[in-house]
Design a protein around this ligand. Structure first.
Ligand SMILES: Cc1cc2nc3c(=O)[nH]c(=O)nc-3n(C[C@H](O)[C@H](O)[C@H](O)COP(=O)(O)O)c2cc1C
Length: 289
């Protein structure tokens, strides 16, 4: 399957990008990745506007500071359900002059977020998803690329509807985690089939596939078997921080122990243990796309 739309989003320059991880992307994690050059592009964890308040530019600058210090380009992610607030937050982010793009989160399955009607719960309100994307697109300078992060539905997969809402809203790149909201992080059997479907209905808007990439072979197969333009990965990076570079074709990389490297940045042991728990959780889950 061929992509007719090359895309201008810097996220599309790479076969593999690092997906955002709230709670993991601490200043110690960010500094470690920056010092070792482990990522080519950041997508920040979400700036939430679900509580009604929009983060001020001062707060935004503070949160972006560790990313900026790495010199790695930043796409900032916004999560919310109210178009006005999402627009305001996206505009604040862009006005800091620090971000290379905006990403909208309609994917988070955490009950704290979905209980508020945001994240992947928004996939039950696709008209609103479309409106938010369109309003943000309208408010941003044309030079700022707009991407979205989606799951495949809420209870049952509704890939076509979800992708159409993003395309009609004007998203220029779609990061697509194949699970539904209710599937959280459980194994699903036809995940890649859903990505293939997403590619086939996206009218040439590039799809970045996401979900359980653990090796160079997984990434290559996902791309070739689904037609997605690239992959985003999150959890596997924690146990194998050079995986992105390996997928992106860099050779002769030495293995890196993230915990050891984070200790050099004086990361608290509790932070390192939390990452260790995520690594163990992912490697114990049997997933079969
Ligand atoms: C601890 C943790 C925090 C996450 N935080 C975010 C987030 O802030 N924004 C987002 O879009 N996705 C978030 N995700 C989802 C990941 O970006 C990714 O979509 C998901 O983990 C599936 O990819 P993987 O199988 O490669 O881990 C998070 C995932 C984890 C494990």
């Amino acid at each position: 399957m061929e992509q007719s739309y090359p895309g201008r989003d810097p996220l599309l320059q790479y076969r593999a990008i690092l997906a955002p991880m709230e709670g993991v992307m601490s200043p110690w994690f960010i500094r470690t990745c920056g010092r070792l050059g482990l990522a080519d592009h950041w997508i920040t964890p979400f700036f939430s506007v679900t509580g009604g308040a929009v983060p001020s530019k001062r707060i935004i600058r503070k949160r972006l500071a560790p990313y900026l210090e790495t010199g790695i380009p930043i796409t900032a992610q916004v999560l919310g359900k109210d178009p006005l607030n999402v627009v305001k937050c996206a505009v604040h982010l862009v006005q800091t002059g620090s971000v290379a793009g905006i990403n909208l989160n309609f994917a988070c399955p955490s009950t704290t977020v979905t209980g508020n009607g945001a994240g992947s719960a928004m996939l039950d309100r696709l008209d609103l998803v479309e409106t938010i994307i369109a309003e943000v697109r309208k408010a941003l300078p044309e030079t700022v690329p707009l991407s979205v992060k989606l799951r495949s539905g809420t209870r049952i997969p509704a890939v076509e509807d979800v992708i159409k809402a993003a395309v009609n809203g004007g998203a220029e790149t779609i990061i697509f985690h194949y699970r539904t909201k209710d599937e959280m992080y459980f194994p699903v059997e036809n995940g890649w089939e859903r990505i293939r479907k997403a590619v086939s209905v996206s009218e040439g808007i590039p799809i970045i596939g996401n979900g359980d990439i653990r090796s160079v072979e997984d990434a290559e197969r996902m791309i070739s078997e689904t037609g997605c333009q690239g992959v985003a990965l999150a959890r596997a990076f924690l146990g194998n921080p050079v995986l992105l570079h390996r997928i992106n074709g860099k050779q002769d990389l030495r293995d890196i122990d993230l915990a050891e490297e984070m200790r050099k940045e004086n990361a608290p042991e509790s932070t390192i243990r939390a990452i260790g728990r995520l690594i163990r959780l992912q490697s114990s889950a049997e997933t079969c796309p």
